[in-house]
Design a protein around this ligand. Structure first.
Ligand code: KG4
Ligand code: ZN
Length: 330
């Protein structure tokens, strides 16, 4: 069975073709460069570029997969959460395709799709229950997953998302956009305790806006004292990254213990961070497994949407109505 997956929730226009759970093509055009000069994603630019690129991305994905539109058996697309204009482009495109081709259509929550990433290509058996950890540009959430049809939110950020804070802090320190990979590269383990910063943690919820502000004021203070050297910047950003990632990993492990799950399944752009991957895999024990997606499936892409869409279609045995609307929130 061939599933076409379409993802346009933020700045990536992505289409993938899966044969059952095997990814046979996954093509993405990112509008990242167009947003870089603003230091963040501009929704209208993202929407216009999805419109411009979606046809091209679909055709490339079909060509790479050596599959025609007629051979597609199921069309899956992200319907929430994300930038509303961006979502509308991909969702309406998918619904129109399904209508004209008379193929079943299924709408997918793209955060849930992020935690489907480790199961693509049958890399791991799909077994429940587990704890899902999504760390992305727009979300930082922990879920209790009884099945992909029964997902309960356990903890989330109460303000900024982890990736958003990485991007904003990086912008303050004059690094490029997106800032996460820059901070990841600058990080030095020997400097991780040079400064003492704190994140907010309330139960399994997080607060990252305070640490972001602290980093901004520390920079101003050190600049005034003419003490802001390259070495100090590395110390500041390493200490910042360490505190944010430690907070997320600690909360996730506490949740795993409280909910007595033996598996943590990770997804989202920030899961590409080397230190976060090390921290999470260091928690693996006889009682706890940690499933990590390959790097290519951490950021937004059509393959995760197709994978979850195929699972839900088989599991629920029903499709979504073609009137399904996009939702900015979950
Ligand atoms: O999941 P994603 O592609 O988009 C959303 O759904 O939000 O995540 C993008 C986020 C950006 O904030 C980016 O800075 C962050 O993922 N990111 C990283 C790394 N690679 C991407 N953050 C930290 N370290 C990285 N290596
Ligand atoms: Zn995402």
């Amino acid at each position: 069975m061939y599933t076409l997956g379409i993802e346009t929730s933020c700045d990536e226009t992505s289409c993938a073709v899966l044969k059952n759970y095997r990814v046979i093509s996954n093509v993405t055009i990112s509008s990242l460069k167009e947003h870089a000069k603003y230091g963040g994603v501009i929704p209208e630019i993202a929407t216009r570029l999805h419109l411009k690129n979606i046809d091209k991305v679909l055709n490339c994905a079909l060509k790479e997969a050596k599959v025609s539109l007629k051979q597609i058996n199921l069309i899956a697309a992200t319907h929430s959460p994300g930038l509303i204009g961006a979502l509308v482009v991909g969702l309406n495109f998918a619904e129109a395709l399904a209508l004209s081709l008379r193929k079943p259509f299924i709408g997918v929550n793209h955060l849930h799709a992020h935690i489907f990433a480790p199961f693509l290509n049958n890399a791991h058996p799909i077994e429940f229950p587990f704890l899902g950890l999504v760390v992305s540009g727009g979300h930082t959430e922990i879920y209790y997953v009884e099945d992909f049809t029964r997902i309960r939110l356990v903890g989330k950020t109460r303000d900024d998302a982890c990736g958003e804070v990485f991007d904003k802090v990086a912008k303050t320190y004059g690094l490029g956009y997106p800032g996460g990979p820059h901070i990841d590269r600058l990080f030095k383990a020997s400097c991780k305790n040079d400064f003492s910063f704190k994140c907010g943690k309330i139960g399994f919820d997080f607060s990252f806006s305070g640490i972001k502000t602290a980093l901004v004021y520390k920079k101003l203070e050190l600049e005034k004292q003419k003490k802001l050297t390259r070495k100090t910047v590395v110390s500041l950003l390493s200490s910042f990254q360490e505190e944010v990632l430690e907070t997320i990993v600690a909360a996730t492990c506490e949740a795993a213990s409280k909910f007595k799950v033996r598996k943590i399944v990770c997804g989202g752009g920030v899961i590409a961070n080397r230190s976060l991957r090390r921290k999470l895999t260091s928690k693996i024990s006889a009682d706890l497994r940690v499933l990590m997606p390959p790097l290519e499936y951490t950021t937004d892409n059509g393959a995760i949407v197709a994978g979850l869409g195929f699972y839900l279609y088989n599991r629920k045995g029903k499709e979504s109505p073609l009137s399904l609307e996009a939702r900015a929130n979950q």
